[in-house]
Design a protein around this ligand. Structure first.
Ligand code: GAL
Ligand code: CA
Length: 348
């Protein structure tokens, strides 16, 4: 081989090497710039969850401004933990980088945790809080939500303030407030704790209570209408106050009164939690006396920031954890006086 040939070959090799390197570099860069987030939702028909998912999609599109493509898959377990376990497996098989999990059964995350851990995929649980023992199983498990106790306390304070300002709530003037409570799912942290703390907080704020009854309506408007119709049948006009663990059930209770054609003067007062679109609208119209805002925008933002941070490694230090794993967004009180602030904020 003469010198020219050797030189030519060397140039060619160098050229090929550069080509290879750049093409390798660019695919690698493209791969690195894509984040795949897999979301497992317990039941997208749940009103609050549906709104939270919309807020999360918005937050993910804002994340793209940081220079990463986000691909998002949302799967709905329709309330079955088995289905959800399979969905999580599928998203992991498809190569997701991080999981956001809204457990169907909050006491049964072990299969999901094991699979994620084997594949080194971090999990951000949200809205349905696993017990602490489960969350401690691995250092890449997190929780984003809100403190149930705070929502019950605020709901109790709102009810107590309202009753003080409107003594006519005590329709039979016996000095006590006869009330019923509509509860979310059995075993859900928000149902158990809200029910407990709302009564405590009303008592602490000087309201004499008489609990007539309670019913479980699984966060659901139609079920609540049904249960409330039974309660009205049983207690007639003696119900003075309806406390619901969420807005959907408060609205369902109001549906029952409307459907039965009961006159307004015989209506009790209704209190909810969440500040869903319909809940806020009912507060604006003074049909719902008040609600407590479950900050879905804040939760969606925290989930998106945390997902980004655990995948890229950027920004983890700026996240305000409690106990290294938990992010709790504060609730806010909503009455007819400030409801437009919330409605406006959502429309922005
Ligand atoms: C609660 C919310 C309910 C329901 C439930 C589902 O935080 O107040 O309306 O969405 O979560 O887990
Ligand atoms: Ca009374």
């Amino acid at each position: 081989m003469n010198l020219k040939k050797i030189k030519d070959a060397a140039v060619l090799i160098a050229f090929l090497a550069v080509m290879l390197w750049t093409s390798y570099g660019s695919t690698e860069e493209k791969e690195d710039k894509q984040i795949y987030i897999g979301v497992a939702c317990y039941d997208q028909k749940d009103t609050f969850l549906g709104e939270l998912m919309e807020a999360f999609k918005d937050e993910c599109s804002h994340l793209e401004a940081k220079g990463y493509g986000i691909s998002l898959t949302i799967m709905d377990a329709a309330n079955s933990q088995r289905t959800q376990d399979d969905q999580v497996q599928e998203m992991i098989n498809n190569g997701c980088d991080v999981l956001c999990v809204n457990l169907a059964d909050r006491t049964d995350p072990s299969e999901i945790i094991d699979t994620a851990r084997e594949n080194d995929v971090p999990i951000i649980f949200f809205n349905r809080e696993p017990v602490e023992e489960d969350l401690m199983q691995w250092n890449k498990l997190y929780y984003v939500g809100a403190e149930a106790k705070q929502s019950g306390q605020m709901q109790g304070e709102l009810a107590a303030d309202y009753i003080k300002e409107n003594p006519s709530v005590d329709k039979n003037s016996d000095g006590k407030i006869q009330y019923v409570i509509l509860e979310g799912e059995l075993g859900h942290q928000d149902a158990i704790i809200r029910t407990e703390s709302v009564a405590e907080s009303m008592k602490e704020n000087g309201v004499e209570l008489e609990k007539l009854s309670y019913q479980t309506a699984n966060w659901n408007r139609a079920q609540a209408q049904n249960r409330m119709t039974q309660l009205i049948g049983q207690y007639k006009n003696s119900i003075e106050l309806v406390i619901a663990n969420n807005d959907a059930m408060a609205l369902g209770a109001m549906d029952a009164y409307e459907k039965l054609g009961i006159t307004d003067s015989n209506y009790p007062v209704f209190f909810g939690i969440d500040g869903t679109d319909e809940g806020l609208e009912a507060v604006r119209q003074s049909k719902l006396a008040a609600t407590v805002y479950n900050d879905k925008e804040g939760q969606a933002y925290a989930m998106a920031q945390l997902a980004y941070a655990v995948v890229t490694g950027y920004g983890m230090n700026n996240i305000g954890f409690e106990n290294k794993k938990y992010i709790y967004l504060p609730y806010k009180k909503v009455t007819a006086d400030n409801v437009t602030d919330f409605i406006d904020n959502i429309q922005d």
